[in-house]
Design a protein around this ligand. Sequence first.
Ligand code: FAD
Ligand code: SF4
Length: 406
Amino acid sequence: MTAITPDSPQHQNKHQKAKALKPGSRRPAKELCSECGLCDTYYIHYVKEACAFINQQIPELEAQTHGRSRNLDDQDDWYFGVRQDMMAARKQQPIDGAQWTGIVSSIAIEMLNRGMVEGVVCVQNTKDDRFQPQPVIARTPEEILAARVNKPTLSPNLSVLEQVQQSGMKRLLVIGVGCQIQALRAVEKELGLEKLYVLGTPCVDNVTRAGLQKFLDTTSRSPETVVHYEFMQDFRVHFKHEDGSIEKVPFFGLKTNQLKDVFAPSCMSCFDYVNSLADLVVGYMGAPFGWQWIVVRNDCGQEMLDLVMDQLDTQPVMSQGDRKNAVQQSIPAYDKGVTLPMWAAKLMGVVIEKIGPKGLEYARFSIDSHFTRNYLYTKRNHPEKLEAHVPEYAKRIVGQYELPKE
Ligand code: FAD
Ligand code: SF4
């Protein structure tokens, strides 16, 4: 990529042209666009190299960020990416209203309070709608806390990048999901920063705001009171309602025939579930139920995690069970959008919870199920992209299974 500095005439020209466009009016990735926000800024002129859905370059960016790309002889590298440590953790005093125990918000607050960064890119919600994302550059702990909890919708986090450069900020933390972070890493050198920290979360099956409404309407008993939800390790979706009650719906009972088209095409063709390019990843799926899952990818990620270690209980990661049969059997069901009657779905959920995969094996189950589904989706809908868009580690994961004949 040719370097264009923010002050160079070439940049200024492209900046003027990009500015003339309305936000959202240009999306070179077309229907595969995940609304990461890059194209709402003058960094749109890097889009052909930077967009995760136009130019998949995870191995190159892993080498740039972590000093190496995945070792393809190591199956754990296929699944969890480059890393120097993994653990299960939870805050001794959880943050009220956070998605899990609030490790992400706590790290961001520590970094700001200790002066390691001047701002934090994160996503609050709009005044009128708790699930409508509103990306911001937070400069106070209160603004970081206001961004806690998932906005389970596509969020244009990178749309605030221009403000970073205009503000003269030199040290920045960005919180985001894989597609946002891939584009960010690709333009990192153009941002004029002295130091960029990246705190990532895993991400899968994201939706537009309209898609989210359809999911809530078809799945929850009271869609209007849902404050947050998660696809849990007990094979149920847990909806938390305004009154604090928890509603549990088994995965196998989801109305998959109605929900088939609800997930964004970008997420149906994504192979970066575990946020390969963040310095530190905080999720839940590789940890026992109730705990968060931490993946430290490099020294920078360790530095970030060290800031909150005295606020955490931790335990080593564990792995139990064998996912392979469950994944193989779920491929045709996923593919055809089969829905089980609720009694059968509940029964299946209970059985699988008792004998099913746990810890890292559950994470592998979820990665396998999504990568096989996404591989089929990409093959059918974007066959010309398949070879270059699917990273080698994902091809190896998918290659373990028998896929339906076309
Ligand atoms: P909190 O302290 O509550 O902070 C949440 C942070 O997430 C905030 O800083 C906010 O800026 C950021 N955020 C919220 N919504 C978005 C968004 N749409 N895009 C980018 N950033 C956002 N983990 C798994 O292990 N498996 C999964 O399948 C999985 N899917 C996810 C899907 C989505 C759309 C998101 C946003 C996260 C997902 N996660 C997943 C991560 C997990 O749900 C928690 O976000 C993570 O464990 C952090 O919890 P916390 O309590 O520490 O976060
Ligand atoms: Fe632009 Fe991001 Fe959409 Fe790609 S995913 S077209 S970079 S907004």
